[in-house]
Structures are given as structure tokens and as C-alpha cells.
Design a protein around this ligand. Sequence first.
Ligand SMILES: C[S@@+](CC[C@H](N)C(=O)[O-])C[C@H]1O[C@@H](n2cnc3c(N)ncnc32)[C@H](O)[C@@H]1O
Length: 455
Amino acid sequence: MNRSIKQAQNELTRRIEQLRAIFPECVVDEEDTVRVDFEKLKEFLGAPETNEFVWMGKRAASAEARRETYKSLRPWRAESRNWKDTRNIYVEGDNLDFLKLARQDLAGQIDLIYIDPPYNTGRGTFVYRDDFSDSKGDRSSNWASMFYPRVLLAREFLKDSGAIFVSIDDREHANAIKIMDEIFGRENFVATIVWESKREAKGIPPKSMSVTNHEYILCYSKNGSYRFVGDMRNVSDGFANPDSDPRGPWKRQYLQRFGQGFRERTIVDPATGRAYTFETPYTQEKLNRWIAEGRVIFPTPPYKYPARKEFFNEYDNPYKPIVTSWGLFSTKVGSEKLKSLFDGKKVFDYSKPLDLMTTLLRRAMRPDGLVMDFFAGSGTIGHAVMALNAEDGGARRFILVQAPESCGRRSVAYKLGYNDISAICRERLRHAGDLLLSESARESLDVGFRAYRIE
Ligand SMILES: C[S@@+](CC[C@H](N)C(=O)[O-])C[C@H]1O[C@@H](n2cnc3c(N)ncnc32)[C@H](O)[C@@H]1O
């Protein structure tokens, strides 16, 4: 053994022995070495308990976020579209470099960050790397070390009213939540959205006989003031006017809430004198007022309990809240759509369905907002921004970042001449833009992007 290593080891052993003299319970003898039990030592020293999420490599991941980069962002006009007029941005490079380079200019500017990081499937698609196993740490720790510094820096880019949405599946869901909780604060957790990627299980059944067909999108706000835009309330959403009430269309809302600990109240039907007693969140005064205003519907079969009329006109907020289960957005149909932009060739694996992204943008960001996706992949968010603007006349803008990750030599993309994913992404934006221009009646649709490169 090298002499200096040996010396260092001797010194370490000497110090551990000194520690043993003071805290004998904290030094453990193992076969041919001694080990310090740090947890016990912390207990002895009275260190406060924390529930900080730690993994092998976390310290290095934090240091990575702080380390300066000496690279620079350079305009890349040749790969841009409508450089002069467009307000969209495309960046080729590692997103960690981008986040460091752009943080000053873009701090507090972004309405919505959407990211779809590699899910750590371990499969390694033909196109991009999705396996974080190596000799230095376990796969999940490596994934956490990749994810952590990026999200840490990303937070600064959000407006105070902004939010971040993170796509993830079961593999890293728990770790992603813990990291997001740490960086954004549990109090800024807004929702976990669930969507279905397929309806049926095909192929050979697995041993467990269960097939996962859902994924998640985690949503955290920067400081709690974020709101979903909501779906526009529509008279057709269950409102009707069967009794020609001059106050317009209404909906039946029951007054009782059983088993939730509300007080019992009694109301009397003025027409029949019959009394009804039930648990309800409403005060007696309110119930009586509603009866006087002719808003309470007393039961006639098949209804058993009184209800009240909720009028469409009385919603001062034209939107209804979003439920978190979003239903089916077939990844297969999504892939087919992407293929159709590339002459039926499959150039990318696991792109998100376009309609999932348009739904997200419609519900999560105002129509003049700026969205940033720094794991752009095939650029689905960019496509969704342009498509939605074409549809509703909005002025959404995007910033996309994608590394020039090489396409595997066996991939269709490589054979078609796309050496890396960044090239696929730009080409997708161009094809999508052409298609939208040919279909849209809008004269001033922004289908351009200023391209930059990290050098
Ligand atoms: C799951 S895919 C995103 C797919 C995308 N949402 C779509 O619909 O096409 C993740 C992407 O992140 C890219 N990526 C991974 N690490 C990156 C990094 N450090 N910087 C930039 N891009 C990265 C990968 O090349 C891959 O294209």
C-alpha cells in the first residue's frame, strides 16, 4: 500500500480511538476495521432530529448546483426560425448549464415550468439514456443527484404566481415528491395529477397480474399563490331550467352532508308543513333565507332529501375547479401523431401525448403565459403552445432546452440523419409549425424560435 495512504489511515484510527475514549457506545468494532455509528453520535450530541431526505451523493449534487459554469449561451441563427419576430426560445445544451447561465436574465420571469425528466426505467431507449445505474451509487441515488440540482435552480426562474409541473411514474414518484417537498416546501404542494396512458393490458401477463396504466404530474407552486386556470364553466355542465325559473338555468345541490360532523338542522316545507332533519354545513338562518327565496326544492319521489337550486348566473368565477384525475391520453395515439410529422417514422420514444400537453397548458397557465421545459425531448410542449395559440388566439410562449444527446446508431432517427435528440426536437417544431400554418386561419401565428447553443 502507498505510504501516505497508510499514514492517513493510521491517523484516522488514532482519532477514532480518541473518540472511543469519550463515546465508547459510538464506535463499533467490525471484522478488520472500526466504524463510527454517526446516528448514535448525533443522538449523544443532542443534534436535532430532522426528516431531511438524504441519499448517497446529495452533498455533491448541492455543490454541483452552486458550481459556476464557464460556458456561454451563443445565438444560433442558422437553426432558428423567424429569428427577428419570434418570442419563443430553443436552447441546445445541458440543462444544468442552461439554468446557471440564464438564471440572472430569467429569474422570476416564468409562469409555468413543465418537466418530463428521464424516468429511470433502466431500459435505455434507443434514443436517449434512461438508466442511472453505475458503479458509484445505486440507481435511485444517481437519479436523485441528477434531479435535485436542476429543480433547485429552476425554482428561481418562476414568477411568484408561478408553478412547476413534473411528470413522473411509479419508479421515482416517492423520491421526486421528497425532493420537491424539500425544495418547494410541503406547504406549496398543489396537486398530484393522474392520467392514464392506456386502457387495456396487452401481451403476456406479468406474475403479479397487474399492469400500471397511469402516470403522475406533480404540481408545486412557488409560494402558494398559484391557481389553476380551471375549465370554463358551461351551461351544459348539468344546468337546466325545467321550471322556467326567471333566474335562469340551475343545478340541484343537496343540503345534507352525512357523517362529516356537521350539526343537525330542521327545516319545514311551507307547502306541506312537513319537517326534515339532517346534518348540514349551512346555518339555520341561511337555510330559512333560502326557503324564503324559493331556492329550496323539497323532495318529491324519487328524491328523499331537500336540495337547493344553484344558479349558473351566480358564479362570479366563470371557471370550475380542476379535478386531479384527468382520464385517458393514449401514449400510443400520441406516438402515432408524432410519427405522422416524420413521414410515419418513429424518431422518438416516450414523447408525451400532444393532447395531454395542450390540456395541461389550457388548465395550468393563462393564455399569455411563458412556459419553460428543460427536458424538452421531442419538443411536445413547444408544439402544444403553437397548437393552442392557433386554436384559441392565445399568446403563449415557450423556452425549450434539450441536450444534443446522441441517437443510438441502430435508431430510426439516426438512420434518417438525425444525429442527436436536439436535432429531432427542432425538426419537430418546424414540421409542427408548417402544419399549423397550413391549417390555421390566424395570420400572425408565432411558429418560430430563436435557437441558442451552449458552448
Ligand atoms: C422523458 S424525455 C422528455 C420527452 C418529452 N416530454 C417529449 O414529449 O418528447 C427526457 C428528455 O430529457 C433529455 N435530457 C436528459 N438529461 C438532460 C440534460 N441534462 N439536459 C438536457 N436534456 C436532458 C433527454 O435527452 C430526453 O430527451
